[in-house]
Design a protein around this ligand. Structure first.
Ligand code: SAM
Length: 282
């Protein structure tokens, strides 16, 4: 009979947030698969637990996935832990879960901290309906497509972000959501310097002009108000509309295609207008 894969949530800062059940599972399993073994060793040392560890991360998930499912099929029990928080939330754990399901291996969870949920409940923004958006891509086009796809969502949005990209992300969000959109920036959750800033996107940009972002962030964004559902480009003419997309990193061809789609007019019409005005006034 196969063993069990336990998805074990670990603290996102404060080590006392480990659950009693998680400690019991760590003590009972044959192996702990960790996204960052050094970090998990520190946690295990703190708990006084000594256990065989193996790494399982983005860059070895294919080989390690096969290795771990092999052990599970032999009847061993394995605990999976991420860098911090809940495995499979913005980490490769989801691939291992899928693999286990395909192989008919039992997967169960040992719940605990998730940065996204903790930030949401501290944000003061509506928590009744929300979506988790994870990290924005570093690829410009994907990033803009992502922001575009959620700009009119009425529910609260949750993003993860690293400190060195925060300013850049706030600027991109202001472009798509408007500078008046309310946000909460939650950093260092459960740690000594936990901080939740509640402000607008414009205020956040001004705030971080004078300070360096520090620590890992969760950005909670208020959903679009009813009136915002008017298209963001409604005040722009066709050429300005295309140029805005080009400024955002799209090719001329894609920008024309997207503007035509937004306006629900033939591509050719936007193209002709763009070429005509652009040639007169490049
Ligand atoms: N699996 C984790 C979870 O359950 O939240 C998240 C892993 S993801 C790779 C790491 C991101 O989570 C960070 O970049 C940051 O956005 C967020 N995060 C993790 N710990 C945090 C903390 N203590 N305070 C604020 N954000 C945190």
């Amino acid at each position: 009979m196969s063993g069990i894969l336990y998805l074990c949530a670990t603290p996102i800062g404060n080590l006392s947030d480990i659950s009693r059940r998680c400690i019991e599972i760590f003590e009972s399993v044959d192996l702990i698969a960790a996204e960052d073994t050094r970090r998990t060793v520190r946690l295990l040392n703190h708990l006084g637990i000594s256990k065989p560890l193996t790494s399982y991360h983005e860059h070895n998930k294919r080989e390690k996935g096969a290795y771990i499912t092999g052990l599970l099929k032999e009847g061993r029990n394995v605990a999976l832990v991420s860098d911090a928080g809940t495995p499979a939330i913005s980490d490769p754990g989801e691939d291992l879960v899928r693999l286990c399901i395909e192989e008919n291996i039992t997967v169960t969870s040992v719940p605990g901290p998730v940065a996204a949920v903790n930030a949401l409940i501290l944000s003061g923004l509506p928590a009744g309906r929300f979506s988790f958006e994870g990290f924005l891509s570093v690829n410009n086009r994907h990033r803009h497509e992502h922001l575009e796809s959620v700009r009119n969502d009425r529910h609260t949005l949750i993003f993860y972000e690293a400190p060195h990209k925060l300013r850049y992300t706030l600027a991109d969000m202001a472009k798509y959501f408007g500078g008046n959109r309310r946000i909460a920036l939650a950093r260092e959750l459960t740690k000594l310097h936990e901080e939740v800033l509640r402000m607008t996107l414009d205020e956040a940009a001004a705030y971080y002009e004078e300070r360096s972002p520090r620590g890992e962030y969760v950005i909670i964004v208020e959903g679009a108000a009813e009136k915002e559902e008017a298209a963001w480009w409604s005040g722009l003419d066709c050429v300005e509309h295309v140029k805005r997309y080009i400024d955002d990193g799209m090719s001329e061809r894609d920008a024309i295609k997207q503007a035509a789609k937004d306006r629900n007019v033939p591509k050719r019409e936007v193209y002709n207008e763009y070429i005509r005005k652009h040639r007169i006034n490049p």
